[in-house]
Design a protein around this ligand. Structure first.
Ligand code: GA4
Length: 329
């Protein structure tokens, strides 16, 4: 049984299924329109490194438009999709994740966001009218970037640190090295037989960036790991967003917030579609604990820039602990 602190236990009720996975019915839920959002965000980042957001202000129209463009793209024949690949590191990818041997039951599109999609000419492989895809991407990313900044400002307020935009300014910077990913997990026929084992869609890992902002359709699959190593399934909710603490935020808070280990299991019957905005700092940014959060404590980490971290994590396997080599012993 998963052990939760008293206050948490009141909020989250758990049950176990036969394969030993724990389902948690209450992932921390943050209503961005409520005055206590900032304190609840801090609590969720400390306890889970993960929370769900409602009243987020991202128009449903922007979400549906991009979702339908993505569905259209993934329904094209493989040969056509491959014209926009390989994902090295940006473009269409199929089964292979990264460059170091990781694989999953997945196909995806990876985009860099620090270029202007108004001037970017998407290849005709994005459909008969790539302009539709481009404008859907632009609208979605700009709405999600705004919401991400709002969340990061609330985080700084909840932590009682100044200036309020200490995190969000990294995302607003013209040079912000953010990434956008659209994942399609097709139904996996192997899983349709009785007693089939779990099949990995996207293997366990932490995200390297500051926070990641995920939205999916209503197909399950996402799991997060609790501090004690137990995996819990996250009930999907197509109208909400899910926020992950990334490695960079763990360092900036000197370990007070933990980057959350997560993975996606394939589904036997339904397609899962997710879109994730990874909020990254500029390449030259020094990633280090914020002095106001140190309170006389030593930094747990050696100094590094986002560029140095990136160089190191592109050489890693998905499940590696990428921060370990930057930790002071
Ligand atoms: C994990 C988070 C993002 O999806 C990503 C991933 C990246 C990739 O798919 O190219 C990486 C992975 C992610 C971290 C380790 C390396 C690089 C795959 C991989 C094995 C786009 C990112 O920024 O880091």
């Amino acid at each position: 049984m998963v052990m939760l602190s008293k206050t948490t236990a009141e909020q989250y009720s758990c049950t176990r299924n036969c394969k030993g996975t724990t389902f948690i019915s209450g992932i921390p839920l943050i209503d961005l329109s409520k005055p206590d959002a900032k304190n609840l965000i801090v609590k969720a980042c400390e306890e889970f490194g993960f929370f769900k957001v409602i009243n987020h202000g991202v128009p449903m129209e922007a979400i549906s438009k991009l979702e339908s463009e993505a569905i259209k793209f993934f329904s094209f024949p493989l040969s056509k999709k491959e014209k926009t690949g390989p994902a090295n590191p940006f473009g269409y990818g199929n089964k292979r994740i990264g460059q170091n041997g990781d694989v999953g039951w997945i196909e995806y599109l990876l985009f860099t966001t620090n270029q202007d999609y108004n001037s970017l000419r998407l290849s005709p492989a994005y459909g008969q009218n790539p302009e539709n895809f481009r404008s859907a991407l632009n609208d979605y990313m700009s709405a999600v970037r705004n919401m991400s900044c709002q969340i990061l400002d609330l985080m700084a307020e909840g932590l009682k640190i100044q200036p309020r935009n200490v995190f969000s300014k990294l995302l607003m910077d013209q040079q912000s090295d953010s990434v956008f990913r659209v994942n399609h997990y097709p139904p996996c026929p192997e899983l349709q037989t009785l007693n089939a084992e779990n099949k990995i869609g996207f293997g366990e890992h932490t995200d390297p960036q500051i926070i990641s902002v995920l939205r999916s359709n209503n197909t399950s699959g996402l799991q997060i790991s609790l501090r004690d190593g137990k995996w819990i399934s996250v009930p999907p909710d197509h109208s909400s967003f899910f926020i992950n603490v990334g490695d960079s935020l763990q360092v900036m808070t000197n370990g007070r917030f933990r980057s959350v280990k997560h993975r996606v299991l394939a589904n036997g019957f339904n397609s899962r579609l997710s879109m994730i905005f990874f909020c990254g700092p500029p390449l030259s940014e020094k990633i280090a604990p914020l002095p106001s959060l140190m309170k006389g404590n030593e930094s747990l980490y050696k100094e590094f820039t986002w560029f140095e971290y990136k160089k190191s994590f592109y050489g890693s396997r998905l499940a590696d602990n990428r921060l370990v080599q930057f930790q002071r012993i």
